[in-house]
Design a protein around this ligand. Structure first.
Ligand code: CTP
Length: 399
């Protein structure tokens, strides 16, 4: 099969392939970019595989970066773009289930494609748009199937992260998992414990946010991959709600908040949960805020002061979560009320701490308490946000 019209991201890279060809070597587009081209998905970058050794690639191009010479990868800079060019290779060893002990360069594209994870990721395309499909990747694209190249168990022994990649691709592409591949994941799920939490987390988030997240999450539970990730062990029942939900979360923070709500993690354990998953401090704070506001809104109608203490992003997340969990809240009313607040943060208050000091309040914790009372009175509409009314409020407070 030959692709006649290529998107710009490929066209821009064609001179790179030609240069390698002219130097007497083979060069192909490989992996995810060919898959995404055939699926009409957005392509962020193209990967190139070649029969040239890294040193030979460096001789062909003027500007190069030694990205991973040992593993065969050289980055080249060409007309304002950068490309990763990797020598055809096979890998062997994998004592640790994640990194090959040896990389062996091979002269043959077919050998290179053989060590790739899934048939749909083992496609290549030459400079003329001809597709190279040694493992029926095109058929599986048609069947919407994630299927390991060769014996699935071997692929997962080489890199256990591929088991998470399988459910991630299921979700992102809305594909099914081929039976033998699923069985191999179920049989080998324990190998996932060899993989760093950060790498598992990145795949988990992509799975949770993909269009087919519900079906993928079900397989994530059924194969027991979920037993090998932080804080999910023994929690299949609580997590089984996710595949039954009618909607999926729309942001990473909402995904984590949803997990915390489903797992009924108490407020004082949220930080621990987020850290076990190696999330950033910023993500941890954002998620804690969302869960706290969601709990509040689930229990009662928030006051204007509650809305003031929150922010639009958190309110939007709470509305998303309520929608996902089928909780009836009037989201638009909450947003309207937030938009109508006379002040949205402390800086917008007509006075500050120094005003209170000038008005005879001694320095100390009382300043903060009075400021809170003033913000409450302003946001709840008891007084206007101006100095005169705040001064009057202060007088009444002190009597
Ligand atoms: N554990 C892995 C990771 C990658 N690959 C191969 O390397 C290619 C590029 O990998 P990567 O950039 O991580 O993923 P993509 O498949 O390109 O998908 P995405 O860009 O959506 O992450 C894959 O298509 C696949 O052929 C693999 O066999 N095993």
């Amino acid at each position: 099969m030959r692709i006649k019209t290529l998107p710009d991201v490929f066209i821009n890279a064609l001179p790179v392939l030609r240069k390698i060809n002219e130097a007497g070597f083979e060069a192909y587009f490989v992996g995810g970019c060919v898959r995404d081209l055939l699926l009409n998905r957005h392509i962020h970058d193209v990967d190139i595989a070649t029969s040239a050794y890294p040193m030979e690639v460096k001789e062909i191009f003027d500007r190069t970066i030694d990205t991973g010479i040992k593993h065969g990868t050289v980055t080249i800079l060409f007309e304002n773009n950068s490309y990763e060019i990797t020598t055809f290779r096979t890998e062997s060893g994998y004592q640790d289930f994640r990194r090959p002990d040896h990389v062996t360069f091979v002269q043959n594209l077919s050998e290179d494609l053989k060590r790739r994870d899934f048939t749909i990721n083992a496609l290549a395309m030459d400079v003329d748009g001809n597709l190279i499909d040694h493992f029926d990747g095109l058929k599986d694209l048609d069947l919407k199937l994630i299927k390991a190249v060769g014996k699935a168990e071997n692929r997962f022994h080489e890199d256990a992260l591929r088991m998470m990649r399988a459910v991630r691709f299921m979700s992102q592409l809305q594909f099914k998992l081929e039976d033998q591949t699923q069985k191999a994941i179920a049989d080998n799920h324990e190998l996932l414990s060899k993989i760093s939490v950060e790498r598992i987390r990145d795949e988990f988030v992509k799975m949770g946010l993909g269009k087919g997240s519900q079906a993928a999450f079900q397989v994530f539970l059924d194969t027991k991959l979920s037993e090998q990730v932080p804080c999910f062990k023994g929690k299949k029942d609580a997590l089984s709600i996710f595949p039954k939900l009618n909607f999926a979360p729309t942001t990473e923070a909402n995904l984590w908040a949803l997990m915390i709500i489903l797992l009924k993690i108490p407020t004082n354990k949220i930080a621990r949960f987020m850290r076990k998953w190696k999330n950033s401090n910023a993500m941890e704070r954002q998620v804690a805020e969302i869960v706290e506001f969601f709990d509040l809104v689930s229990a009662q109608d928030p006051t204007n002061f509650d809305l003031f203490n929150s922010n639009l992003k958190t309110i939007a997340s709470t509305i998303d979560l309520a929608h996902i969990l089928g909780q009836p809240i009037n989201g638009q009313a909450l947003i309207d009320r937030y938009e109508a607040l006379p002040i949205k943060n402390a800086q917008e208050l007509a006075i500050d701490g120094s005003f209170l000091l000038k008005n005879g309040i001694p320095a100390g914790p009382r300043i903060g308490e009075i400021l809170t009372d003033i913000k409450k009175a302003v946001t709840e509409g008891k007084i206007d946000n101006d100095e005169a009314q705040i001064s009057q409020f202060l007088l009444e407070l002190n009597n």
